[in-house]
Design a protein around this ligand. Sequence first.
Ligand SMILES: [Zn+2]
Length: 445
Amino acid sequence: MRKEQREANRAHLKRWPLIITTSILLIIAIATTAMLANTQNVDVDATVVNVRQGPGLSYGVEGQVTHGTQLAIIDKQNSWYKVRMPGNRVGWVASWLVNNNEATTGAAKSGVTTAAVNVRASSTESASKLGSLKAGAAIKVVYQEGAWSQIIYDGTAAWISSKYVKLSGTSTTVSTSDQAVASASAAAAANLTVKTKRTANLRHTAGINGSVAKELPANTSLAVVGESGDWYEVKTSDGTTGYIASWVVSTPSNGASTATSTSLAEATIVLDPGHGGSDTGALSTTDKYEKTYTLKTAEAIRSALAAAGANVVMTRSNDSFVSLAKRPKIAHQVKADAFISIHFDSTPDTNEASGHTVYYYSSKKDISLARNLNVALKGVGTPSRGIEFGDFEVLRDNKQPSVLLEMGYINDDTDFSKIQTTAYQQKVANDVVNGLRSYFESGSR
Ligand SMILES: [Zn+2]
């Protein structure tokens, strides 16, 4: 690059920070407005609740609140609420430790109009007119923004000039459906866009049971046109509309944070089919390879987890050799919420032992995962040998919660007659999903 050109480029670069900062502030202001339109309060249910710097147990504790304290919710991420505490401090609390009854009703303020007033679709004089209200009409004010008050009008969210609003000083509630209307209109008015954090499903209806309309690659921008519970109703650039889970997208205000997943659907799970390629693993009495069944079983688990909404990463997805050292590294790279290695045991002589074992290495980070999976696998079809300490490299070098499952003895004919069936593989898969679900929901990580 020539010198003048370099300097010209540098001059360009100097202007960027200001533009970026301004844009970010603007976006945050818009996003915050959308959230405030839907202000909800919660009461602290537990005796003492830690307030953390971010939405997850891995974030530092910045304070505590005690039973009965009222907190205003200003954001929600995974199962965490971003709250404003007395004294105007902001932090995150786990949603399961606070009483969120009120979050389903939504508070509004009662009031009356002081004069005949036009009702508009958004908060400007140029917005289309939806109708009008007579002086003295009773109104429920959901939100006030500058000179405008948002009300529910004829089943939709609408705006009137705050000049003609007299609040009575008493609070009221708006129904869940009206609240959804209000928040949807706020999102649309704010031109809220979100971006997929990973490959994500666009569904025909809100909820993970909704049929998939389209699979979206990571970093797809979507225009938010509405909200339904924890789901956004969105529109893609090609005009396809559908629903997407709010936790698989980042919004301008939460995109920077790396959330700790608090339920299976939000989790990244690394599955590690043992052996592969030149490393065949142990042999059945009929000389079948362990590596074949570790992969088949992991594939079954992968499908079951994907159906449950989890993000699944495989250390290998075909018959290739992957070193032991590389396997935990994959877990680190993707910040796995759980790493599960799949193997089948063997004994020096055939037909000497039977059953499955759940191995852990760390009694701190791994044991809860091991316990939950062990319980879930109890009825899988091979006898349970319980949980055991195991000094395996994939566990020892793993910084993420990890376990190694020996799902039966491959050189035991009774065990192998099960191991090789898709029915057993499917049973393992379902049990692992259930075990992970209880692990993530127990909150005892
Ligand atoms: Zn093995």
